[in-house]
Design a protein around this ligand. Structure first.
Ligand SMILES: Cc1ncc(COP(=O)(O)O)c(C=O)c1O
Length: 400
């Protein structure tokens, strides 16, 4: 439609939301559907956090706030970065946004000029390349294979860097693979980045707390202080604190960048919801005992998925270090025929036929930058995860 902006030609709708919508439609039509598409914890927001929001409402803390966040939340964020990541920021080096998503978007909008390149290790969160495209930049995906644990190799990074590279987006633990970089693996990456001063680091640490088997998380600027001056450390309360709907994300970074991001935000959405900011103060400053409890359950589900999926014909499922996703390959099912008579040629065929035959909603891997594969979010009841994996086994077993 000529009325619409040409910028729309550069972006695609989110594949994860498309699958969730389709599963919802089938459910509404009475089908027994297990949705493993959505990337949000099934646990409720902890009671103390809800209570802080109620107190904020009762106390009339319901007006506009500073665009980049209330001072109390900035202080809680500064304390979090110091305590958990050994990173020191001042209030003018911190911004609060409407979810991690807005923070990432602000950063790209504030920095990208036409032709600027952004290195994105693949598989990647679907929104990164779309945001880069909207900002007018070029994304440079770098394939990270299952053999390398879906992690960027230093040689591949070195090859991808050009004089036009502006950013690299790192995301550990990763959506969609769950892969998380060990200290040594991350150091190998930061060693390359130190040599290229034009490259800034956007690290999306959203899943920092969701790691299993005694894995220790490191953020790039923490590991390599030489990168501090050109790193934007992005985080939020959505995942670990079960606060996806509250829409609070934040970042720490160099003051001029943060100021530019706040400028974009001031002319678009202004402050994130006041009440949600007060809830986030409680999340960051309050008790965290629910996190290990949730992680114990997430780990059980991860192990269940990995074990059951590896018993499905044609599926290979690596065991990731964190997040609440697994990213199995379905290459062994390509060319086989589904019960509808459809020959599986792509991972989209695989997920469509799986949803049709067994009522299990997963997301095809291709939009994440690597297929044929699919993403399972196991942030849903353990019994549902188990039943879904059994159905996937049956679906694969029935392929001809
Ligand atoms: C890797 C990654 N980054 C950022 C986000 C956005 O988080 P928020 O809900 O805080 O905007 C998500 C949410 O799915 C994510 O998976």
């Amino acid at each position: 439609m000529p009325f619409l902006s040409a910028a729309l030609d550069r972006v695609k709708p989110s594949a994860t939301i498309a699958v969730t919508d389709k599963a919802r439609e089938l459910k509404a039509a009475g089908r027994n559907v297990i949705g493993l598409g959505a990337g949000e914890p099934d646990f409720d927001t902890p009671a103390n956090i809800k209570l802080a929001a109620m107190h904020a409402i009762e106390g009339g803390k319901t007006k506009y706030t500073a665009v980049d966040g209330i001072p109390e939340l900035k202080e809680a964020i500064i304390a979090k970065f110091q305590r958990e990541n050994g990173l020191t920021y001042k209030p003018n080096q911190v911004i609060v946004g409407t979810g991690g998503k807005q923070v990432l978007y602000n950063a790209l909008m504030a920095t990208i000029n036409p032709g600027d390149e952004v290195i994105i290790p693949a598989p990647y969160w679907v929104s990164y390349p779309e945001m880069v495209a909207l900002a007018g930049g070029e994304s440079v995906p770098v394939v990270c294979t299952a053999e390398h644990g879906f992690k960027l190799q230093p040689e591949a990074l070195e090859k991808a860097i050009t004089p036009k590279t502006k950013w690299i987006i790192l995301n550990s633990p990763s959506n969609p693979t769950g892969a998380a970089y060990t200290r040594a693996e991350l150091k190998a990456i930061t060693d390359v980045l130190v040599k290229h001063p034009q490259v800034w680091v956007m690290t999306d640490d959203m899943y920092e707390h969701l790691v299993y088997d005694d894995f220790t998380f490191y953020s790039p600027a923490q590991l390599e202080p030489q990168l501090y001056e050109r790193t934007l450390t992005v985080n939020g309360v959505s995942k670990a604190y079960c606060m996806t709907g509250w829409r609070i994300g934040f970042a720490g970074g160099p003051e001029p960048l943060i100021k530019a991001m706040a400028m974009i935000q001031s002319q678009s959405t202004s402050n994130p919801t006041a009440v949600a900011q007060w809830a986030a103060v409680e999340a960051l400053d309050g008790p965290k005992d629910f996190i290990p409890k949730h992680n114990k359950i997430f780990k059980e589900r991860r192990d269940l998925c990995v074990s059951m999926l590896n018993q499905a014909n044609g599926i290979r499922c690596p065991k990731p270090e964190g997040a609440f996703y697994v990213y199995p390959s379905c290459s062994g099912t390509m060319g086989k025929v589904a019960p509808t008579g459809k020959k599986l040629a792509t991972d989209e065929d695989f997920v469509t036929e799986l949803l049709e035959a067994e009522g299990v909603a997963v997301v095809q891997g291709t939009p994440f930058g690597q297929g044929p594969a699919f993403r399972i979010s196991y942030a849903t009841a353990t019994t549902a995860v188990e039943e879904a994996c059994a159905r996937i086994q049956r679906f694969c077993g029935n392929l001809k």
